[in-house]
Design a protein around this ligand. Structure first.
Ligand code: HEC
Ligand code: HEC
Ligand code: HEC
Length: 385
């Protein structure tokens, strides 16, 4: 069933994408295979084509491709620079078929199949092709000199954003939120027990190093769980207190527990038979194409695809560098705490996939796969972005 969270950024995308494949293990649907359609007999209009190329409600194509114009901001570089593509004199038929469904020419492309996805009509593509033909250099193949280096993703200076010390409460409000969990730790739940009753010595002692091993396969539940997943079942079972996934209670307690491993190396198991199987499932999900745009995580987080380049203004992070050891983190743009599950949900929603519940086993397997890249690297929770 389609469930939507009410807050930003989820509220910004209201469409229901249930007709498209998701990560759910029981979902065996796959996106329709590569297709071609005939070119309709309409006259291409370059002006309409440019509007369609930059329309945010459509692609935008500029999220991955640079074209000339001071209004083109922020352009990305996942796909080639198209500033002078007209000089290549590519046949209309090739351009038309490529934009309709690039998989016809590039089977593993990260460019969405705009036609089969229902985002561009054949007539609209004719206008875009007419526009691309006008993109010529002077002399040929030489684009006009760049006036704004940040406009151009190929010359944009890549200064890593600086957020300050993520463990300093003056900088990172999430450190203060975690202190709320200290009260919960020693408050008895409806079942008459508090965390402190069974876990002696306070979180500093009782939870030291625990989080380095999560996500972890837990035989009692027959699945991999993160600290947050485990709390959704452990807190009510032991204390009678609910700790639903992504609730404030769960996020604060997860941060408090994970902070007790700060500075210690991540050490998740991916070799026991159950963990190895989960890791393999997680890897398959990472490469699985889902949603209306037929995207995989790998399209944006692998260096032989988009990672290290720009999607719009955003520099795409490399999964192999290890992206997990600062979660949950404070997300400045939305003034809230995000666990990594929210990141998974938010990465895919604008690409046309209905997300799974935050504590879905599929996400746990995916998180285990990503966390393995952090093995041996020190934890530092909560992060800030
Ligand atoms: C998510 C990134 C992405 C988006 C969005 C995107 N493209 Fe692409 N595009 C690519 C990639 C990557 C390639 C290179 C083909 C490959 O290697 O897969 C490409 C190639 C192209 C090419 C060049 C083909 C050649 O032979 O040189 C054209 C033209 C093109 N795209 C048009 C468009 C149009 C029009 C849109 C918007 C409807 C669009 N693209 C949106 C990623 C993207
Ligand atoms: C009634 C006793 C009891 C209460 C109350 C309790 N726990 Fe536990 N907890 C346990 C036991 C028993 C284990 C399993 C120990 C083991 O097998 O390693 C455990 C395990 C854990 C683990 C995993 C440890 C690991 O090494 O993997 C975490 C995290 C945890 N508890 C957190 C909490 C929190 C937070 C609370 C309060 C909301 C809480 N517990 C309340 C008994 C309790
Ligand atoms: C269309 C591109 C795209 C796809 C597909 C995509 N992501 Fe992302 N991802 C991004 C962008 C953009 C960011 C944010 C970069 C920033 O913070 O500026 C991001 C950030 C992340 C981060 C957080 C990194 C950090 O340190 O803050 C993780 C983890 C992540 N993505 C995992 C995934 C996973 C898992 C999938 C598949 C379910 C996925 N992404 C699919 C574009 C994408």
């Amino acid at each position: 069933m389609q469930i939507r969270y009410k807050e930003e950024p989820f509220s910004g995308v209201t469409a229901n994408f249930e007709q498209w494949p998701t990560y759910t293990y029981s979902d065996t649907r796959i996106f329709p295979g590569p297709s071609r359609v005939p070119i309709p007999g309409v006259q291409g209009d370059p002006r309409q084509g440019r509007n369609l190329f930059i329309a945010r409600t459509k692609g935008p194509c500029t999220g991955c491709h640079l074209i000339p114009g001071d209004d083109i901001w922020p352009a990305g570089s996942v796909g080639p620079d198209l500033s002078v593509i007209g000089d290549r004199r590519l046949p209309d038929r090739y351009l038309f078929e490529l934009i309709w469904d690039a998989r016809v020419f590039f089977p593993n492309t990260s460019m969405p199949p705009w036609g089969p996805a229902g985002i561009m009509s054949p007539e609209e593509i004719v206008h875009i092709v007419a526009f691309l033909r006008t993109l010529k250099g002077n002399p040929p193949f030489v684009p006009p000199p760049e006036r704004d280096l940040t406009r151009n993703p190929h010359t944009r200076p890549t200064i890593p954003p600086y957020y300050g010390d993520n463990l300093d409460p003056a900088t990172n409000p999430a450190v203060l939120f975690a202190e709320n969990a200290l009260a919960t730790w020693s408050t008895r739940g409806p079942a008459g027990k508090a965390c402190a009753d069974c876990h002696a010595g306070g979180p500093e002692k009782a939870m030291k190093g625990v989080a380095t091993k999560y996500p972890k396969y837990l035989p009692a539940y027959g699945r991999v769980m993160s600290v947050g997943d485990f709390l959704t079942v452990h807190a009510p079972a032991m204390t009678g207190r609910e700790m639903l996934a992504e609730s404030a209670d769960n996020l604060n307690m997860t941060i408090l527990i994970r902070m007790q491993s700060n500075g210690m190396p991540v050490n998740v198991d991916v070799t026991s038979p159950e963990a190895a199987a989960a890791y393999e499932r997680g890897r398959a999900l990472y490469f699985k194409r889902v949603g209306q745009r037929n995207h995989a995580c790998a399209d944006c987080h692998e260096t032989d695809r988009g990672a290290g380049r720009y999607a719009g203004a955003r520099l795409l992070n490399v999964a192999r560098d290890g992206l997990t050891r600062q979660f949950p983190l404070w997300f400045m743009a939305y003034r809230g705490i995000w666990d990594i599950r929210k990141r998974f949900q938010v990465c895919m929603l604008p690409l046309g996939m209905n997300y799974l519940p935050a504590d879905a086993p599929e996400y746990a397997d995916l998180e285990l796969y990503l966390t393995a890249f952090d093995n041996g690297k020190p934890m530092s929770v909560p992060g800030i972005r």
